[in-house]
Design a protein around this ligand. Sequence first.
Ligand SMILES: Cc1cc2nc3c(=O)[nH]c(=O)nc-3n(C[C@H](O)[C@H](O)[C@H](O)COP(=O)(O)OP(=O)(O)OC[C@H]3O[C@@H](n4cnc5c(N)ncnc54)[C@H](O)[C@@H]3O)c2cc1C
Length: 467
Amino acid sequence: MTVGTVPGTAPINGLVSHWYAQLGELPQPRDCLPGTRDADVCIVGAGLTGLWTAYYLKRADPSLRITVLEAEFAGFGASGRNGGWLSGLLPGSRERLAKLYGREGVIALQAAMNAAVDEVIEVAEREELAAGIVKGGTLRVAGTPAQVRRLRAAVRADHDWGVPEVRLLSADEAARRINVAGVRAAAWTPHCARLQPAALVRGLAATVERMGVTIYENSPVIRIERGSAITHRGVLRAPVVLRATEGFTHGLTGHQRTWLPMNSSMIVTERLPAATWQRIGWHGGETLGDTAHGHMYAQRTEDDRIAIGGRGVPYRFASRTDSYGRTQERTVRLLRDVLERMLPQTRGVGVDHAWCGVLAVPRDWCATVGLDRASGLGWAGGYVGHGVTSTNLAGRTLCDLVLRRETELTGLPWVGHRPRGWEPEPLRWLGVRGLYLAYRLADWHESRGLRGTSPIATVANLITRRP
Ligand SMILES: Cc1cc2nc3c(=O)[nH]c(=O)nc-3n(C[C@H](O)[C@H](O)[C@H](O)COP(=O)(O)OP(=O)(O)OC[C@H]3O[C@@H](n4cnc5c(N)ncnc54)[C@H](O)[C@@H]3O)c2cc1C
């Protein structure tokens, strides 16, 4: 299927993501699982988690027979739809993990996340993945007194957790990077690069295939059992079966409540002319985020558009997911409003494409990776929206676990972490919808000049356990 962009303001909605439109077309699917087969390692899900795992395993032991089973096509999920923040943000609550596993471990995990940003850049260069990577850090802006307070606290926390490079910026310093309206203060961290998500994941899929990994597409797994992954077309038998299905995990038998599929939506503008960029700035490849409870994330793309995302409708009843990335019209309008409020220089600019996807949120908001040696069943995910870098760290960690190597990675506190499951429906839907309404209310409350974080958000954070 060929996809293109529509000039003016009418967006294409869905078709997985703009990132595929930029590549020219949705990929032709590979063969599906042709019947029952054997492998040494079976990986379920060909997103970044599955593919990074296959990559490091095959490099470590080229003789391993590795098969990846994918429901649609490699990169169909969040890995081909995300905001392209390759960031060192830790996928979980540092405080909660420290309470459970100790402070030193969390500092090591944070350092490993920051190092993973450079690891991805290095592999992308080595394997010529052409993912448009620019490491310009992240600029996080604050526009209300409450947001400024939160931002300052976040910078102090980063320093405490071993990231002293994060700097507070004045409104003027921030504007010299990106001229965002209404900014009172900002923070900048060097630990982030922007990239083209579909180019990264598709390039990685082609790389592992060249290395000898088998990828079967259009092969949804119904159930994972000790020694096998079961599909309608046949069974993949392997002593090690790794679950890498993130936001789609609820679709596997027995995993309906393991992780919540949280929705995130994006829009991308048409290309902006040089004159507009002169008024905006944004020449350093930074990713841009804010400090609101219903936060936004954005990047200036390689081809001079702005891609901006946020929550929209956070969760659909009974964990339903979108159809090929189609998002709600009101979410498109909401994201457009956010863009015009923050960057009024974009008023009147057309939106070319809108889409959405799901990311996984564990009940305690902390990602996990692990392998049960007795059953040979492993997993990784629950990255709470910080998966682009975490998938790489998880892939290297799963590689060490499968090869029974005890390394610095296998000692990190997220390894073997097992959060409890989510509540059943309708409690789950009512809870998540209610809490996100509370976050919207808290943002409105704070926009009226409140000096500290709204108590509505404080209570909501206590309930959701969101850091
Ligand atoms: C709109 C959006 C924006 C985001 N922005 C960012 C960002 O800027 N930075 C960041 O760090 N993170 C971001 N994230 C999160 C990040 O993209 C994900 O955490 C990450 O890509 C997860 O990778 P994954 O391989 O684990 O999962 P996925 O990429 O979702 O891959 C899972 C794969 O498993 C397949 N699958 C599912 N079920 C089955 C089954 N039963 N059988 C076989 N295959 C199956 C799916 O088709 C899919 O291809 C964003 C997410 C979304 C949705």
